[in-house]
Design a protein around this ligand. Structure first.
Ligand SMILES: Nc1nc2c(ncn2[C@@H]2O[C@H](COP(=O)(O)OP(=O)(O)OP(=O)(O)O)[C@@H](O)[C@H]2O)c(=O)[nH]1
Length: 916
């Protein structure tokens, strides 16, 4: 293998245009790891050729990276500052020439480098395209401060190359810091890197045809993805011309340049639109802007233009910048909100296009704390709406459309029987009196002899038919009495002559007077020895009821239900009064009236006792009452006979309703069942809204009070009764028991038999079931015992009230009270094996019991408190030792007894708490 001397290698390098002194070459070879000492040192042939290639490789420019060549790399060419790049080929209005930016002015010596490598804007721009550009500014060395016309796409600032030989010495630093490969020779052509020798000196460069200008690799901004030309599909006509055309055989329109970098956590990619900067900077070409920016600034600018693109899924549509939301005013006629009964805050906010939070704030200002789902009534909604320029129109479901008010047709009015309600205190003889009138004996058949639901009877008297309503006298049935007073023409107030005016007498007077109904007083039981009708009359004057015989207006008749004394006179007076009232109605209109009572019967379903007040009620009529509706399937009179028609003034039982109606509700007959259903549904919705609106939220204090161990206890009750009025009365009576110590909560109150569902409700709510005049269905009792639910059944209301009071008292902790027993004085102490210390004592007071609790008192101080362990007289265990006797007392857990100690014995007593 031949050898080569260092100086030979030097010559070889010179042939390649690389001039190095022998000393420099020796040093270089040293640096490359060769052991050479001087220019005459020799290298192996292969070593010499490797060294040659390495030095040439270092000094020669590397071939410019070909576009798309390297994965993940993009070379973006930038126009040299000192060479004016041709304007975009087709883009007609070429950007205005601008003064050369600072970095260029600082690098006048770099100009010689420029001619062989004129910077063209886009890297792919063919010379032909460049040539077509109209104003082709002459490439020239930009003198200091001389304005160098720059086309818009001019690229990054050219590196300041102080060295005259850029090939030999790469520029130490670039002014703008954009070029990321300072080692790359500037003069290298991207197309002919190996063949084009670098210009060693910058002689006066000949004028260069811009068409031949190619970008230099050193002017490239290296980013890690290929340039993505984006074709604007429908460029706006106004801006179409202002974009530079993309290179290639056809102009693509706007060219956008993107940098793709991995996003956070690698879950997405960021695309940085690096071309966006062009349009900014007050109209200055992007290149100039970029030239003026440092590398860091450019990076920041790029970051600001980032767009995140998820790897999977659809690319999000970028929001159109600058496209402001159009605020449109709503037409006046559209500023009307239709509200039925109430509207939720969220609904109102949506209807007005106002934030719900704004409405809530307004409501707070009005003193109402509301949530977004809370219902507010139409009036409050109207108040709020006004503030936002809206008006509220009460939409309202017009029940009148279905139940029209009928004008009174005088010609069709006929007499109807009077409706008389019998009222009075409990046991004053109301039912007995009615029995006497009807010649029936209902009172005898009543449980406990008390009336517990309203009864309606049509009685044929010698003076014509009279409809009687019998009301209970017990205080629990206030609502029934009130209802009775409202639907009646006359009230017969029964007062027992031997008892006088009592609380429910007074209450009945109040109801009748409130309803503006004439009162007729029947002073009953005048057959009784202690009867004093005058005293009753006297008492009644206090209620503004002055008897006729005393110059007043109230008819007061002494009667006896037992002997029927005064009953015919009573009927006569009723008839007389009815005549005075001239009671008439039109039997030809659609029927209407009131529900007197309602119940649920097995096999018959809901049964309503109604009083027809207007029109004639017929089988087949479409009926609606409250939230229930249906078609009248059958009707029965008070004797249980089926009837087809019921004229006004008569009571009747109606079958066919969808549910058990509420006693006291009005009933109406409508066109058809569909209309009845609509009315009922509307009422149900209204009731629901009302209920929602009135939901009282538990306050923190309530919850706190309930969670406290000593907090108020509550008895939950499920009420089931035979009739609706009784269920209501029982519930009310039980609720009245609620006090400070124990509350009562009626979970449900309904009519019908006690069902499995009632048991489950009670089990869930830890409630007792109160059945009133009703029984559990088959197997229900068994389920109840499995579930641990107590069923209490009653047929008399006060028994129910008493039992529930006991249940409530059971919830209360008993009061523990100390009961003194006696005292014993310790005289002597004995120590007995197994038994411990025994105090030989004398009982000085009361009695000492074996089961007693004791206090050991020494010098007036309690030294121990506990229980007696042993009590003996002589050797026998005894239960108690009375005063004056001696005994041996052993104390549980206490042996430190001393003579002179007093054993103070007492018992603990449990006292049941009362509700009061
Ligand atoms: N001596 C006598 N007893 C009467 C008379 N009227 C009723 N009684 C008795 O009084 C008691 C109560 O009679 P009711 O008819 O049940 O009394 P009430 O007012 O209907 O009772 P409630 O419906 O429970 O309020 C019964 O034992 C009757 O026999 C009367 O005129 N004379």
């Amino acid at each position: 293998m031949s050898k080569k001397r260092v100086h030979e290698l030097k010559k070889q390098l010179e042939e390649q245009g690389i001039e190095l002194s022998n000393h420099e070459l020796v040093e270089k070879l040293h640096a490359l790891g060769y052991d050479v000492k001087s220019h005459s040192s020799s290298l192996e042939d292969d070593q010499a050729s490797t060294a040659f290639e390495r030095i040439v490789g270092e000094r020669k420019p590397k071939p410019a990276p070909v576009r798309h060549a390297g994965p993940g790399f993009v070379v973006r060419k930038h126009a040299r500052a000192d060479v004016v790049a041709p304007p975009p080929p087709v883009a007609a209005p070429a950007p205005q020439p601008q003064p050369a930016p600072e970095p260029i002015e600082e690098a006048p010596e770099a100009s010689p480098v420029a001619p062989p490598a004129p910077a063209a804007a886009p890297v792919d721009q063919p010379p032909a395209a460049a040539a077509s550009a109209a104003p082709a500014p002459q490439p020239q060395a930009a003198p200091s401060g001389a304005p160098a016309p720059q086309p818009a796409p001019a690229a990054a600032p050219v590196q300041a190359t102080p060295s005259a030989s850029p090939v030999a010495a790469p520029p130490p630093a670039t002014p703008a810091g954009v070029t990321q490969r300072p080692a790359q020779p500037m003069a290298a052509s991207s197309q002919t890197p190996s063949t084009t020798p670098p210009a060693p000196k910058p002689p006066a460069a000949p004028p260069v045809d811009p068409r031949t200008l190619r970008p230099t690799s050193t002017q490239a901004v290296v980013i890690n993805r290929p340039l993505v030309p984006v074709r604007r599909v429908t460029p706006p006509s106004s801006s179409r011309q202002s974009y530079p055309a993309a290179p290639g055989p056809r102009a693509l329109g706007e060219v956008r340049e993107f940098k793709v970098v991995p996003g956070m956590l690698g879950r997405e990619r960021e695309i940085i639109d690096v071309s966006k900067r062009r349009g900014r900077g007050g109209g200055r070409p992007a290149s100039e802007t970029q030239q003026a920016l440092s590398g860091k600034e450019l990076l920041q600018a790029a970051i600001s233009d980032r767009a995140y693109v998820p790897i999977r899924g659809k690319k999000k549509k970028p929001t159109k910048k600058g496209a402001k939301t159009q605020v449109t005013e709503r037409a006046e006629h559209k500023k009307v909100i239709r509200v039925e009964e109430s509207i939720s805050v969220s609904e109102l906010s949506q209807s007005m296009g106002v934030k719900a939070s704004d409405l809530i704030r307004k409501l707070m200002q009005l003193g109402t704390m509301a949530t977004i789902n809370q219902l507010i009534d139409a009036d409050t909604a109207a108040l709020l709406a006004t503030d936002f320029g809206f008006t509220v129109e009460k939409k309202g479901f017009e029940v009148e459309e279905f139940i029209p008010e009928v004008e009174v047709d005088e010609s069709k009015l006929v007499n109807r029987p009077p409706v008389v309600t019998v009222m009075g205190h409990v046991d004053h003889g109301k039912t007995s009196l009615l029995d006497a009138i009807r010649q029936a004996d209902v009172a005898a058949g009543e449980a406990g002899g008390i009336t517990q639901h309203i009864g309606a009877y049509s009685v044929q008297t010698p003076k014509g038919p009279i409809t009687f309503l019998d009301t209970p006298g017990h205080e629990a049935f206030t609502a029934m009495r009130e209802r009775g007073a409202k639907v009646t023409d006359l009230v017969v107030l029964v007062v027992a002559a031997d008892d006088g005016v009592m609380p429910q007498t007074a209450e009945a007077i109040k109801h009748a007077q409130a309803a503006g109904v004439t009162i007729l007083v029947a002073i009953n039981k005048i057959d009784k020895p202690g009867a004093t009708p005058e005293r009753v009359m006297q008492q009644l004057t206090e209620y503004k009821l002055v008897p006729e015989q005393w110059g007043g207006e109230t008819i007061m008749l002494p009667v006896s239900a037992r002997t029927k004394q005064g009953v015919p006179e009573l009927l006569e007076y009723i008839a007389l009064q009815a005549e005075v009232l001239d009671l008439k109605s039109n039997p030809e209109t659609l029927a209407a009236g009131h529900v007197i009572e309602a119940k649920l019967e097995k096999g018959r379903g809901p049964v309503a006792t109604v009083l027809v007040e207007e029109g004639t009620l017929r089988v087949g009529d479409a009926i609606v009452t409250g939230i229930h509706y249906g078609r009248v399937r059958a009707m029965m009179n008070e004797r249980g006979e089926q009837v087809k028609e019921v004229p006004p003034g008569y009571p009747v039982e109606v079958l066919g309703l969808s549910g058990v109606p509420v006693a006291g509700d009005e009933f109406n007959i409508v066109e058809d069942e569909k209309a009845a259903k609509e009315v009922a549904a509307h009422r149900a919705e209204k009731a629901r809204q009302k209920e929602l609106g009135s939901v009282k939220r538990a306050t923190l204090e309530d919850l706190f009070a309930k969670s406290k161990p000593g907090g108020q206890k509550e008895l939950n009750v499920v009420v089931k009764a035979d009739v609706q009025g009784s269920a209501e009365a029982v519930s009310q009576a039980l609720q009245k028991l609620a006090g400070k110590k124990v509350g009562v909560k009626i979970l449900t109150s309904a009519v019908g038999a006690i069902t499995e569902s009632d048991v489950l409700t009670a089990a869930a709510g830890k409630a007792v079931i109160v059945g009133f005049n009703t029984k559990p269905e088959t197997k229900v009792e068994q389920i109840a015992s499995q579930q641990g639910v107590k069923i209490l059944q009653f047929s008399i209301i006060y028994e129910a009230v008493d039992a529930i009071r006991t249940e409530m008292e059971d919830l209360l902790e008993p009061i523990i009270k100390e009961k003194p027993l006696g005292k014993a004085e310790v005289r002597q102490l004995f120590s007995i094996p197994k038994a411990g210390t025994i105090a030989g004592s004398a009982v000085t007071e009361g009695v000492i019991k074996r089961s007693a609790h004791v206090r050991i008192v020494r010098e007036r101080k309690v030294v121990f408190q506990g229980k007696i362990a042993t009590l003996r007289r002589f050797k026998d265990d005894v239960k108690e030792v009375a005063q004056g006797f001696e005994c041996g007392i052993g104390i549980e857990g206490f042996t430190d007894l001393k003579p002179g100690d007093v054993v103070d014995a007492y018992e603990l007593e449990q006292i049941r708490q009362s509700l009061e």
